[in-house]
Design a binder for this molecule. Structure first.
Ligand SMILES: Cc1cc2nc3c(=O)[nH]c(=O)nc-3n(C[C@H](O)[C@H](O)[C@H](O)COP(=O)(O)OP(=O)(O)OC[C@H]3O[C@@H](n4cnc5c(N)ncnc54)[C@H](O)[C@@H]3O)c2cc1C
Length: 278
């Protein structure tokens, strides 16, 4: 295994320009070390990034909060800036893994690793967050919804890294919110199903609604067909048979060691119903 520790961001981006078949970044290591230890990754070229100040920390502009890629969940859960502007986001992440793991696991690693179970993804999707990707020669901001296109497949070029996550300060302002992660236990558990939701009502009718699921498809996603169906409806006008029908079109749950597809489908349908009736 090759190991490289760049002195600074510039050196990291220069190194990323070299072609490599088997290169991995090591941030908190809570995914990559497990994969190396289990032999899923062999002869890796590992680049350590956790010491790079440019990739770390939570900052604000007048309208946005940005979270550096190597910011840990511990730092997110203890940030006063996030508590002030994005309290739903912060509180929802409380059930991420365990307190010990939260001190190592980074938000950039969680996204880049690409597991459909990543806790943060349904939240970033309903908050319409952006990802800033950078390379030596380019920098681009993309909506988080455009990042994946398949199981563990994303649009990052080989020379790119996740630089930061950007969320509008008012992204959750005025919304009723919902987040539920269903696993085998309450803590230190991987989600079988996760649902994040934001809604605004006016005169009893749904004026805005955002729903996103994790652990149900190859990657976390919004539920645009259900969102469109719900717009303009009062709670009593909602036909749950129609929601079930649309849910069948939007999710393709799998059966695996953790759960079967029928369980996942019914739990997701129940979570949507719970949110709409709260
Ligand atoms: C016991 C245990 C419990 C867990 N529980 C949960 C849980 O409850 N919820 C959950 O969502 N996850 C959970 N995980 C998974 C893991 O902790 C998270 O995915 C974590 O956030 C990964 O971050 P990291 O810094 O450790 O990533 P690393 O392991 O350092 O890296 C992971 C991948 O991301 C890439 N990468 C890292 N940073 C960047 C970057 N800036 N730009 C581009 N690529 C990058 C690396 O190349 C690598 O492929 C658990 C893991 C373990 C071992």
């Amino acid at each position: 295994m090759d190991f490289f520790k760049p002195a600074n961001l510039e050196e990291l981006l220069l190194k990323m320009q070299e072609s490599s078949e088997n290169r991995y970044l090591l941030a908190g290591g809570t995914d990559i070390n497990v994969q190396i230890k289990n032999g899923l990754i062999k002869n890796a070229e590992v680049i350590y990034i956790n010491h790079l100040a440019a990739l770390n920390g939570i900052k604000e502009t007048e309208t946005e909060i940005s979270i550096g890629a190597t910011t840990t969940y511990f730092d997110i859960l203890h940030s006063n800036l996030i508590k002030k502007h994005l309290p739903y986001f912060q509180a929802s992440l409380d059930f991420f893994a365990s307190p010990i793991l939260q001190t190592s696991a980074t938000i950039g690693g969680n996204i880049a690793n690409g597991s459909p179970t990543a806790d943060v993804m349904p939240l970033l999707l309903v908050l319409d967050a952006d990802l800033k990707l950078i390379s030596k020669s380019n920098s681009r901001k993309i909506p988080v919804s455009d990042f994946y296109f398949g199981y563990k497949k994303h649009v990052m070029k080989p020379e790119e890294i996740i630089f930061k996550i950007v969320i509008r300060k008012n992204a959750e302002e005025g919304y009723q919110h919902f987040y539920e992660k269903v696993g085998a236990r309450k803590t230190l558990t991987i989600a079988k199903v996760a649902l994040a939701g934001l809604k605004k009502e006016k005169s009893g009718k749904i004026k805005e609604i955002k729903l996103a699921v994790g652990s149900l498809n190859e990657f976390a996603r919004r539920l645009p067909k259900i969102e469109a169906y719900l717009l303009g409806k009062t709670v009593t006008e909602i036909d749950y048979n129609k929601i079930d029908e649309l849910l069948n079109l939007e999710i393709t749950p799998i059966t695996d060691l953790r759960s079967d597809k029928e369980y996942r489908y019914h739990v997701c349908a129940n979570l949507i119903r719970t949110f709409l009736n709260q």
